[in-house]
Each structure stands twice: as structure tokens, then as C-alpha cells.
Design a protein around this ligand. Structure first.
Ligand SMILES: [Zn+2]
Length: 97
């Protein structure tokens, strides 16, 4: 859903924010196969270098989804225009405090 805009207003989503989101998606893809660990949990590598795993109260898929959402959030947060009201307070570097 898009808010009404006049013809001379900027695009709804800037190219910068779109690129940030696309970049985050490309930088966080699972690689290889799911591995069984000695403690009975499973794990898989993310292309960023982090190992994603399940736990006592979450599935591997839930971790993958959260990881990707965090990556998108951080990428968008970093390029969001200064002064845009934020749900999560950020410091001067635009990362969460
Ligand atoms: Zn990652």
C-alpha cells in the first residue's frame, strides 16, 4: 500500500535503500548442507561466515529467518535518511544502541 504522493515527491523507496536491501539478501545465503552436531542440534553456514543453528526453543528455519531479517534491518538502518523516526533507537552510526 502506498501513500498518496504528488508528482514531484521522491520515489517511495530510494535506490539507496533498495540496493541496501538487495545487498543484504545477497550477502546472507545459506551455503552447503545441514550438518548434524554432537549435541543433537543441526547447523548450516551462512555466506557471511556465521553458523546458523537450531536450539532448545527455536528451529533452524527460525534462526535463518531471523538472521536474514536482522541483516536486512541493519543494511536499511545504515542508509536510512537521518531524522527518519525509528522504532529501534540508533546511535550516530545508525546502528542500534
Ligand atoms: Zn549471514
Amino acid at each position: 500500500m502506498e501513500a498518496d504522493r504528488s508528482a514531484d515527491s521522491p520515489p517511495a523507496v530510494s535506490a539507496t535503500m533498495h540496493r541496501a536491501k538487495t545487498g543484504a539478501r545477497a550477502a546472507h545465503v545459506t551455503v552447503g548442507k545441514v550438518r548434524d552436531r554432537a549435541d543433537g542440534t543441526v547447523e548450516i553456514d551462512c555466506s557471511c561466515g556465521m553458523v546458523l543453528t537450531n536450539g532448545p526453543h527455536w528451529s533452524l528455519d527460525e534462526h535463518i529467518r531471523l538472521h536474514r531479517a536482522e541483516a536486512r534491518y541493519l543494511a536499511l538502518s545504515e542508509v536510512a535518511p537521518a531524522g527518519m523516526p525509528r522504532l529501534i533507537p540508533v546511535a550516530a552510526d545508525r546502528f542500534p544502541r
